[in-house]
Structures are given as structure tokens and as C-alpha cells.
Design a protein around this ligand. Structure first.
Ligand SMILES: Nc1ncnc2c1ncn2[C@@H]1O[C@H](COP(=O)(O)OP(=O)(O)O)[C@@H](O)[C@H]1O
Ligand SMILES: [Mg+2]
Length: 459
């Protein structure tokens, strides 16, 4: 009897704890990591570090001095030496530790063992980055951070830099227009392209930037952001009128830069500029970001008559992509496919769009259109994205690498609210005034009752 009581007394709480831990792990992986996962993995790492490194072939033979010292002081056998380990730094999603490589080792040696390290220490993934020659950082990620995306809180907003998604190694993916001026985002329908755009619009809305939209789906994606947009075209006819205005704006900006360069022949070198960023702040034109959702709509024509207009638009887009950067005009293009089958100029425009993000696609050819020139593994990674995870994408890096990213969820209502709140930030660009979208009027608030009560007329 007493045995049974003891068993119940001890077993009950243990079972409850175990169940609670399993529940937390499945439902709140972040909480599980901070309370249980982190200490367990830290202990595993500390206790097995030497033997795991040896099993992965990351150790080197000890120096002769070390052999002598060990032999003189202890009776232990002389073991191979693992890379020197720095202190373990815990984070909310994993932990980091730096390793100093031994002579003759390279970061790729550690990277090839990443999968083995992750199993040895019981974490979701291990990533290796080079800090400086001879020093690498192991970034252990405790759980699948892309399942429920939470952006890190401490992010410094900067002009034309928008943290738009999370990488699988839990670092933010930042869309930086100053380094990657134009980008192409591809993906099948319902893969999360418009969500990506939504984040960019909401992020840029709070910055002194002019936002221009071309949304040939009759404006269903971009019209809710109308209060913050400087111009919006909702069909190819309007786009055909808007693009020449942007080209004119770009040419005016080049003229401005040119007059500045020609001020005086003895202007010091550092004041001669070839883009708007070199101009003094009060003269500098405001940057313009042009969002194009469903780009194929601009290319596809039904009649022979439309063909001329299409060719003009495509040429104008190519010119904006070629020359826009220095004038502070940036392109953000979204589409389902973007290949030669769209017709003349499509591949030429694509070549100008440096940044590439590829959401889920239906066939390999589409993924190749986005990532083919970056890496073959990136193409297969994009083809492996499951439909249950909208927003998941493969992003090309400027360095030639690639990573999996996912945007957090942001409702259209929230993004539209951000745009309404920042409507006062719409910059003054006279050329775009005719294209400023009419702000939808909210339905008038119903009065609780008539202010003046009707009184029967009596005489
Ligand atoms: N990161 C995300 N997390 C959760 N749901 C998402 C995410 N991205 C997109 N979705 C959902 O997937 C659906 C399709 O997204 P959308 O951006 O409209 O795709 P597309 O423009 O490629 O057709 C929407 O219902 C959206 O709410
Ligand atoms: Mg869409």
C-alpha cells in the first residue's frame, strides 16, 4: 500500500512534468527552449565536446610540448586536440559558440559536420559562419523558427532597409534597397508573394520614401494602402501613363546631379557625385520605390493594337531598372513566372533585377527563372517548399549564397492601418499628383439618434 502511495506521489508529478514539457515543446517551442532545451543542450555540448569533435574528424594531433606536459603531470592518455572553444552564448532561439580553427583546418570542414553536430547536441540545426580568418561561429538553433515566425525585437530601422522576414538560422532577412536596388519575387499563386509586398509597404510607410504601385489585379492588393501611396495604377492603361512620368522624374534627377557636378570647376573631388546620395540633404530628391504586383499582366496583350503599348512599357521598365538606382528609384517586382515566354524584353528586365526571392513554385522551370543563376541547390530547395507553409521562400544573397526565409503573418487590415497612420509622410512629388489614388472614404459613423426630435405640428 505504502509503495503504491509513494509511486503515486512521485510518479504523478514526474508524469505531469513530462507531459507539460512535451506539450510546451510542440506548442510553444520558444518557451520550451528557454526553460528546458537550452540547459539540456548546453550540458550535452559541454560534456561531449571533445569526443564529438574527434568523431567528426575536427581534431588535430597534439603538439609535442602538450604531449610532454600531459605525460609529466598526469597518467591520462594523450588525446587529439579539438578546436579551442569560446564561451557559450545563449539566445532566445538557440545558442552561439565560437571556435578557433587549428592550422590546416577550414570553415568548410566544420560546415560539412553540421548535421552530425546537430544530432550529437540535440538541436534543430547548426549553422557555421566565418567571423574572421581562423575563427568560426557555430549557431545552434533550438527549434524550427520558421514554423511560427517571430521577428527579433531589437531591430534598428534605417532608411530604405526593411527587416521583412526571418532566416532559418533565426537572423532577420533585411531588404536593403541601397545595396540591392531592384528585386524579383516569384511564386505560384497563394505562395505568399503579396504578403512579402505587404511587409515592405508597411515597413517603408514610416520612412521618408515615395511609394508607387502598379497592381493590375484591379488594385486588390495595393489599393488598401492608398493613403500612403504617391501613385497607383490598377490596369495596364494607367500603368502606360504612369511609367513615362517616372522616366521623366528619373531624367530630371539626372539633370539635377549634373548641374551639381557642374557648379564650379574647382569643386573638391568628394563633392562630385554620381547619384542622389552625394547631394546635400536639402537638395536630395526623395527615394521612390515602385511596386509591381503580377508583372505578367503588363506583358500579356490580347490584341495587336495593345502590342505597341506593351513594348513601350517594357522598355520603360528596363530603363528604370538600368538607370533608376542612381536617381533613387527602386523596383520591387512580383510575379508567378518570369521567362522568355512573356515576350520581348522579359529576360532583359529579369537580368536587371539583382535580388531574387522564390516562393513555392509549381515546376522547376519557374524556380530556375528566379534562382537558376544563383545556385542549383537553391532551385531544388525552392521546389521542395510545402504548400502548407505560405510565406516560406528561398532568397538569394548578394554573396552568391542563399537561405530559406519566411515572412511573419501580417493582416491586410494592420498594414492598411499603418499606411493610414503614416499618410502625412507622403512626400511632395508634383509629377505624380495626377496618379495619387483617391483615399477610400470610411462610412460615416451612425448617430445614436436624431439630434432634433420631431414634434407634431399643432396649431
Ligand atoms: N508568412 C505567412 N504566414 C502565414 N500565412 C501566410 C504567410 N504568407 C502568406 N500567408 C497566407 O497565404 C495566403 C496567400 O498569400 P498571398 O501573399 O496572397 O499569396 P500570393 O500573392 O502569392 O498569391 C494568404 O491567405 C496569406 O494570409
Ligand atoms: Mg498576390
Amino acid at each position: 500500500m505504502t509503495d503504491l502511495a509513494t509511486l503515486l506521489e512521485v510518479g504523478g508529478p514526474v508524469a505531469a512534468l513530462g507531459g507539460g514539457a512535451a506539450y510546451a515543446r510542440a506548442r510553444h517551442p520558444g518557451v520550451y527552449w528557454s526553460t528546458l532545451g537550452l540547459p539540456v543542450s548546453t550540458v550535452r555540448l559541454l560534456s561531449s565536446y571533445g569526443s564529438v569533435m574527434e568523431a567528426c574528424g575536427l581534431t588535430v594531433a597534439p603538439s609535442r610540448l602538450r604531449v610532454l606536459a600531459v605525460k609529466a603531470t598526469t597518467r591520462r592518455e594523450v588525446r587529439p586536440v579539438p578546436p579551442r572553444r569560446g564561451i557559450i552564448r545563449p539566445t532566445t532561439t538557440g545558442l552561439r559558440v565560437r571556435l578557433r580553427l587549428a592550422p590546416g583546418q577550414e570553415p568548410a570542414d566544420v560546415a560539412t559536420s553540421a548535421e552530425r553536430l546537430r544530432h550529437a547536441w540535440g538541436v534543430h540545426a547548426v549553422y557555421v559562419t566565418t567571423i574572421k580568418p581562423g575563427l568560426v561561429e557555430l549557431r545552434l538553433v533550438g527549434f524550427d523558427v520558421l514554423r511560427q515566425v517571430r521577428m527579433p525585437r531589437k531591430l534598428r530601422p534605417d532608411l530604405l532597409r526593411v527587416p521583412v522576414a526571418l532566416r532559418e538560422d533565426a537572423t532577420p532577412f533585411v531588404r536593403d534597397y541601397r545595396t540591392v536596388p531592384h528585386q524579383l519575387t516569384l511564386g505560384a499563386t497563394l505562395s505568399g508573394k503579396s504578403m512579402y509586398l505587404r511587409h515592405l509597404v508597411a515597413g517603408l510607410a514610416r520612412q521618408p520614401v515615395a511609394l508607387v504601385g502598379i497592381d493590375c489585379k484591379r488594385g486588390v492588393e495595393l489599393a488598401p494602402f492608398a493613403p500612403r501611396l504617391s501613385a497607383l495604377a490598377t490596369d495596364p492603361e494607367q500603368a502606360a501613363e504612369l511609367l513615362p512620368v517616372l522616366i521623366k522624374e528619373m531624367e530630371d534627377r539626372y539633370d539635377l546631379i549634373k548641374t551639381r557636378q557642374g557648379i564650379a570647376p574647382n569643386t573638391p573631388d568628394e563633392e562630385i557625385t554620381s547619384d542622389i546620395w552625394g547631394l546635400p540633404e536639402h537638395e536630395r530628391p526623395v527615394p521612390v520605390v515602385l511596386f509591381v504586383d503580377e508583372v505578367a499582366e503588363l506583358f500579356l496583350v490580347a490584341t495587336k493594337k495593345d502590342e505597341e503599348r506593351r513594348d513601350e512599357m517594357v522598355t520603360q521598365l528596363i530603363r528604370l531598372a538600368q538607370l533608376g538606382r542612381a536617381a533613387g528609384i527602386y523596383l520591387e517586382v512580383c510575379g508567378q513566372r518570369f521567362g522568355a515566354e512573356l515576350g520581348k524584353g522579359a529576360t532583359m528586365l529579369r537580368a536587371q533585377l539583382t535580388g531574387r526571392v522564390c516562393h513555392r513554385v509549381n515546376d522547376e522551370a519557374s524556380a530556375k527563372m528566379a534562382l537558376g543563376d544563383i545556385a542549383p541547390e537553391a532551385v531544388s530547395a525552392a521546389c521542395a517548399i510545402a504548400p502548407e507553409r505560405p510565406g516560406l521562400a528561398v532568397a538569394g544573397d548578394t554573396s552568391g549564397g542563399w537561405s530559406r526565409i519566411r515572412t511573419p503573418y501580417l493582416s491586410l487590415g494592420e498594414a492598411a492601418e499603418t499606411c493610414r497612420e503614416s499618410a502625412h509622410l507622403v512626400p511632395d512629388l508634383p509629377a505624380l499628383k495626377p496618379f495619387r489614388p483617391g483615399v477610400p472614404v470610411r462610412p460615416p459613423v451612425e448617430m445614436p439618434g436624431p439630434v432634433v426630435r420631431p414634434r407634431p405640428v399643432t396649431d
